[in-house]
Design a protein around this ligand. Structure first.
Ligand SMILES: [Zn+2]
Length: 81
């Protein structure tokens, strides 16, 4: 479970995380994190968090998916200009 901070949109502390990280193939039929899955027949898991006050939604990629970011050819690090 990541360290969930107050809502970046409205500042509310009423943040609700799903009970576990889930697989988008089982729930939505697709991947939100392409190229970061364990193998060909899986998708990268993530944890959804919803602000109960304003409805802002955030998604936190599972640790194993985050570890693949550095070596991925499909994802690039965003730097401030
Ligand atoms: Zn909010």
């Amino acid at each position: 479970m990541p360290d969930i901070k107050p809502c970046p949109e409205c500042g509310s502390a009423e943040q609700y995380a799903y009970k576990e990280e889930f697989d988008p193939i089982e729930t939505m039929g697709g991947s939100l994190l392409p190229s970061l899955q364990k193998g060909i027949f899986s998708t990268a898991k993530y944890l959804p968090v919803v602000c109960a006050d304003c409805g802002n939604m955030r998604f936190f990629a599972a640790e194993d998916a985050r570890k693949r970011l550095i070596d991925s050819k499909d994802w690039h690090r965003v730097r401030k200009l």
